[in-house]
Design a protein around this ligand. Structure first.
Ligand code: C5P
Length: 308
């Protein structure tokens, strides 16, 4: 029996532009993903035996069986590698569901990486990326972590240079936003018109250049999230949360993914902590965390748990 105990880090989106609906029904996106310290904890064990996937959970409630993306990832991996093996996934859930922080996708990518690592089979990056993209649009990002440009339906990821570490204050209003519903309601005219859409180069350079005070200017240099108007209507308290984060000195404060979590990034810890304290009065969950670099994200993959 061999196993690994890994963190599945959450992400935030530094800007999210939805360009339009594609023939395959998905929406064309421009976004920048950034890993953060809030994480689920996963212990994945691979054992010889009949092909079976077992999920045990603690913490926040999650979907069971094949409804759970981590289980689907394990099943897909066993199939892909033609493994006759028993996979046990012990998941301690901390990333809220429906928050736009990518918890389910991160769990799935972590399971793919874990089984690939434990099976000792050579699985090419291309194969892993294909499997990840089949599981969900933002699963490929969680194979890399750090900061990356996301294009296509979000599954095309291009690692970006790392930025200095930032403190991150998250606010989750206690109720999630359904992703399918969010995209459904984002029909025209709310979609960013193609003529006004930033080109890929412009979009990524805006994010790369968005440092220090340049983030606090009006309009946040393109770091808006197209889901904000509709999600803020659904959760009226969120606009105030965003304003509180800005007033407290956030370089950028915006919705993550299709919501419902809002985050603020801060250069220094004491300002971030003060902002978090100011939000504690609002009804919801406040988390004080920080950005995670690609190197930190990947460091855990080389430390397998001792074989038992
Ligand atoms: O890819 P994923 O399974 O995470 O997507 C969930 C749903 O979100 C899709 O079925 C689709 O309705 C919507 N979606 C979309 N465009 C994207 C990503 C997701 O319309 N780029």
């Amino acid at each position: 029996m061999n196993s690994v105990a890994w963190k599945a880090y959450a992400k935030i989106n530094l800007g999210l532009t939805v360009l339009g609906r594609r023939p395959d029904g998905y929406h064309e996106l421009r976004t920048v993903y950034q890993s953060i310290g809030l994480a689920d904890h996963l212990e994945v064990t691979l054992q010889a035996g009949p092909r079976r996937v077992h999920l045990e959970t603690s913490g926040l409630a999650v979907p069971e069986g094949s409804q759970n993306l981590a289980v689907r990832a394990a099943e897909a991996m066993l199939e892909e590698l033609h493994l006759r093996a028993h996979v046990s996934v012990v998941l301690h859930k901390r990333i809220p569901l429906g928050s736009g922080l990518g918890g389910g996708s991160s769990d799935a990518a972590t399971v793919l990486r874990a089984i690939s690592n434990l099976s000792k089979q050579m699985v090419t990056a291309e194969r892993l990326l294909r499997m990840a993209a089949e599981l969900g649009s933002d699963v490929p990002f969680f194979l890399y972590g750090g900061r990356a440009l996301g294009l296509g339906r979000g599954e095309e990821v291009y690692p970006l240079p790392e930025e200095q570490r930032r403190c991150c204050v998250l606010f989750f209003p206690g109720r999630g936003m359904d992703t399918v519903e969010a995209y459904r309601r984002l029909r025209r005219p709310r979609l960013t018109p193609l003529a006004a859409s930033p080109t890929i180069e412009l979009f990524s350079s805006r994010v790369n250049e968005a440092r220090g005070n340049r983030w606090s200017g009006p309009g946040h240099h393109g770091l808006e999230n197209d889901f904000e108007p509709l999600v803020f209507r659904e959760f009226p308290g969120l606009a105030r949360v965003k304003e509180t984060l800005r007033q407290a000195g956030a370089e950028v404060a915006t919705l993550s993914g299709s919501g419902s979590a809002v985050f603020g990034l801060f250069q220094n810890y004491s300002t971030a902590r003060r902002a978090a304290q100011q939000l504690r009065g609002q009804s919801g969950r406040v988390v004080l965390t920080r950005t995670i670099s690609r190197r930190e994200f990947q460091a855990q993959s080389v430390r397998p748990k001792a074989a038992r």
